[in-house]
Design a protein around this ligand. Structure first.
Ligand code: S3P
Length: 437
C-alpha cells in the first residue's frame, strides 16, 4: 500500500488515539498467567497485539472478544499452559517474543517461537542469556542470538539478581515474568529506568513487587489475580499527532485519554523544550496516569536530547527527528544506539530518507545531528517495513512542501490502525492507495 501525503494545514478537532501497545500486550499476557477472569477494555487491535492473542490461544488460553477492544481472558493460573500444536508466530512483535520467552521458560512445556524477517533479525541473546542463568533451557538461531527460539520449559528455574547492561523493558519484563515461576526471589537492576508497565500491572493484579530506585524484585510463586484493565491511549501513537499539530500551521488538536506514564512521556518534555504549545490536563490514574493533551501550532527550535530521558521516548525518536527537521537551528540526539535494533535500523533509515527529502541530517553511531528549517521536497520514499518510519515520514510530508508517496504503508497496522483516517478527520490530506493504482 502507498500512503499519499499532501502538504496540509489547519488540523482541528478532538480525537482518541488507539490503546497503548505495551499495556495491551501485558494485559493479555498477565491475564493469561493469572487466576480467574481478566476483562480488558481499550485493547489495541493492531497486528502486534493480535499476534499476542493468537499465541496465547495456541497455549490453550480462552479469549473472548466481547466488543471492539473489549476482551475476556480466562487465566490458566496454576493449571498452566497447554503445549502448543504449532509454532508460536509473533509476527513483527518484539514484545510478544521476549515476554513470551520469559513466561514459557518457566512452564513445563516445549515451544518454538518465531516471527517475521525483521523480528528474526533482532537480538535475542539479551533474553536468552539471563533466562539461561536462571536455569532455563532455551536455544536460538545464529549461536543462540536470534529467533526462532526453542524453549524447553521447566519448573526448576532459580531466581537471581540480574544487572542489565542496557535499559530494556522487554528484557526486564521477560526476567520478571520468569521470576514469578522461579524458586526464590528475582531482582532486575537497570542502568536507567525503562517503561514500568509490567511492574505497575503486576501490582494492580495483586502481585507483590518491590521497587527500589532502579531495582525491581518479585518472588517466585506469586500469581496475578484476574481484574479489570482499562488500557489508556498510546502516547507513542499520539506523538505523530502532537508533532503534526505543532509543525503544521493553524492547528488546534485535542487528544483525549492519552497514557502519560512518566516512563513513557519524554516526548512531552522534549516538544515543550523545543517551544511547542502543549497543554496537558490530567484525568484518571489507576497506576497508569492519563491526560487530555491540547496542541497548537508553534515555531520550534533545536535542542540536545540525550541521557536518561532516551528510554522514555525511544519509540518517538523518528517523529522527534521530523520535528527537528522543521525546527530552527540544530538538534542533536545521542545515547540512542538501541534504535539500530528496532523493527529497522531506525538511525540509518531515517538518515537516508530524510536526506533524500532535503533535510540536513548527519548520522552518528548513537543518533543524529539535524539542522532544521530546509525546504522539504516530495517524491517517493520507502517505509522499510517499519510502522514508526512510515508514520514519521507521513507527518514530514504533511509539513513538507510537495506531495510525498510512502511505499509499504500497510505496516502502520502493526501499532496504529486507523492512522490515516484519524489524520483525515482532523483535516489532513492523506490517502491510502493500493500499490500500482
Ligand atoms: C517495549 C519496550 C521498548 C519499546 C518497544 C516496546 C515494551 O523496547 O521500544 O516498542 O512493550 O516493553 P525495550 O525493550 O528496548 O525497552
Amino acid at each position: 500500500m502507498i500512503l499519499e501525503v499532501r502538504p496540509s494545514q489547519g488540523l482541528r478537532g478532538t480525537v482518541r488515539v488507539p490503546g497503548d501497545k505495551s499495556i495491551s500486550h501485558r494485559a493479555a499476557l498477565l491475564g493469561a498467567l493469572g487466576e480467574g477472569i481478566t476483562r480488558i477494555d481499550g485493547f489495541l487491535e493492531s497486528e502486534d497485539c493480535l499476534a499476542t492473542l493468537r499465541c496465547l490461544s495456541l497455549l490453550g488460553v480462552s479469549i473472548e472478544r466481547l466488543a471492539p477492544g473489549s476482551y475476556e481472558v480466562v487465566g490458566r493460573g496454576r493449571q498452566g499452559f497447554q503445549e502448543p500444536l504449532s509454532v508460536l508466530d509473533c509476527g513483527n512483535s518484539g514484545t510478544t517474543m521476549r515476554l513470551l520467552a520469559g513466561i514459557l521458560a518457566a512452564k513445563p512445556i516445549n515451544a518454538v517461537v518465531t516471527g517475521d524477517v525483521s523480528l528474526c533479525a533482532r537480538p535475542m541473546a539479551r533474553v536468552i542469556e539471563p533466562l539461561r542463568s536462571m536455569g532455563a533451557e532455551i536455544y536460538g538461531k545464529a549461536q543462540d542470538t536470534r529467533a526462532p527460539l526453542t524453549i524447553i520449559g521447566s519448573r526448576e528455574l532459580r531466581g537471581r539478581v540480574h544487572e542489565l547492561p542496557i535499559a530494556s523493558a522487554q528484557v526486564k519484563s521477560a526476567i520478571l515474568l520468569a521470576g514469578l515461576n522461579a524458586k526464590g526471589i528475582t531482582v532486575v537492576k537497570e542502568p536507567t529506568q525503562s517503561r514500568n508497565h509490567t511492574e505497575v500491572m503486576l501490582q494492580y493484579l495483586g502481585v507483590p513487587v518491590r521497587i527500589e530506585g532502579l531495582s525491581v524484585t518479585v518472588e517466585g510463586g506469586s500469581i496475578p489475580q484476574g481484574g479489570h484493565i482499562i488500557v489508556p491511549g498510546d502516547i507513542s501513537s499520539a506523538a505523530y499527532l502532537m508533532v503534526a499539530g505543532t509543525i503544521l500551521p493553524n492547528c488546534d488538536v485535542t487528544l483525549a485519554n492519552v497514557g502519560i506514564n512518566p516512563t513513557r512521556a519524554g516526548i512531552i518534555e522534549v516538544l515543550r523544550s523545543m517551544g511547542a504549545d502543549l497543554a496537558v490536563r490530567s484525568e484518571a490514574n489507576d497506576g497508569e496516569p492519563r491526560a487530555t493533551i491540547r496542541i497548537r501550532s508553534s515555531g520550534l527550535h533545536g535542542i540536545e536530547i540525550k541521557g536518561d530521558i532516551i528510554p522514555t521516548l525511544i519509540d518517538e525518536l523518528p517523529i522527534i527527528a521530523v520535528a527537528a527537521a522543521r525546527a530552527q537551528g540544530t538538534t542533536r540526539i545521542g545515547d540512542a544506539a538501541e534504535l539500530r535494533v528496532k523493527e529497522s535500523d531506525r538511525i540509518a533509515v531515517m538518515a537516508r530518507e530524510l536526506a533524500a527529502l532535503g533535510v540536513d541530517i548527519r548520522e552518528q553511531p548513537d543518533g543524529w545531528t539535524i539542522r532544521g528549517g530546509q525546504r522539504i521536497s516530495g517524491g517517493r520514499v520507502c517505509g522499510h517495513g517499519d510502522h514508526r518510519i512510515v508514520m514519521a515520514l507521513a507527518v514530514l510530508g504533511l509539513g513538507g512542501d510537495e506531495p510525498l508517496y510512502i511505499k509499504g504503508a500497510e505496516v502502520v497496522g502493526v501499532s496504529f490502525p486507523g492512522f490515516a483516517g484519524i489524520l483525515r478527520d482532523l483535516g489532513a490530506q492523506i490517502e491510502e492507495r493500493e500499490a500500482g493504482s
